[in-house]
Design a protein around this ligand. Structure first.
Ligand code: AMP
Length: 179
């Protein structure tokens, strides 16, 4: 299995996307590498097993790529946390602040198991706004969630600390210091 350093080497960094000053950490080159993608998923699976995860929640869209693969690999249920207007049933929704404006996430409350630990998976945690909102949504939908897992952490943006302050344990395969 590829080392975490090898996997980190498969992340492409694009300056000034989507706007000046942002260094975009792009998973395209990781998931475009067959062994790299499979081994990233295998590392995530190990960590889900270490915390006895019993269901996986993924955040649309890039959280679906990793979360769904992990869920299928471990034969666990996969819960979709979606952008607004996509689910065909009554939803629970949460609005959260972005740097400019707000965004919304939705979940089908009927998709949430009444028992068992849910592990949240996304590709990257930056400020933690998205993951914090997703966690809050899961809790409102009745989930037991105390662990969040990411491929990439940008530690200097404080998101992981923000989630930890809410009582979650937070784990990532790799970190990129700096902004
Ligand atoms: P945040 O809510 O600030 O933690 O942002 C997390 C979401 O925005 C993740 O779902 C990422 O996909 C995306 N994101 C934020 N910053 C970056 C970055 N520097 N490179 C790539 N994706 C990012």
């Amino acid at each position: 299995m590829k080392s975490l350093d090898d996997l980190k080497g498969l992340i492409r960094s694009i300056p000034d996307f989507p706007k000046p000053g942002i260094l975009f950490r792009d998973i395209t080159t990781l998931i475009g590498h067959g062994d790299g993608f499979a081994d990233a998923v295998a590392h995530l699976e190990q960590r889900v097993q270490q915390v006895d995860g019993e269901a996986i929640a993924g955040i649309e869209a890039r959280g679906f790529i990793f979360g769904a693969a992990v869920a299928a690999g471990l034969r666990l249920p996969f819960l979709q946390i979606r952008k607004p207007g996509k689910l065909p049933v009554p939803v629970l929704a949460i609005d959260y602040a972005l740097e400019y404006g707000t965004d919304t996430l939705e979940i089908d409350p009927g998709s949430v198991p009444s028992a068992g630990k849910v592990v949240l998976i996304d590709d990257l945690i930056a400020t933690g706004g998205t993951a914090t909102a997703a966690t809050e949504l899961l809790v409102r939908a009745g989930a037991t969630i105390d662990h969040a897992l990411f491929v990439i952490d940008l530690p200097d943006l404080g998101g992981a600390e923000r989630l930890r302050a809410k009582g979650l344990s937070v784990d990532a395969l790799m970190g990129f210091p700096g902004h």
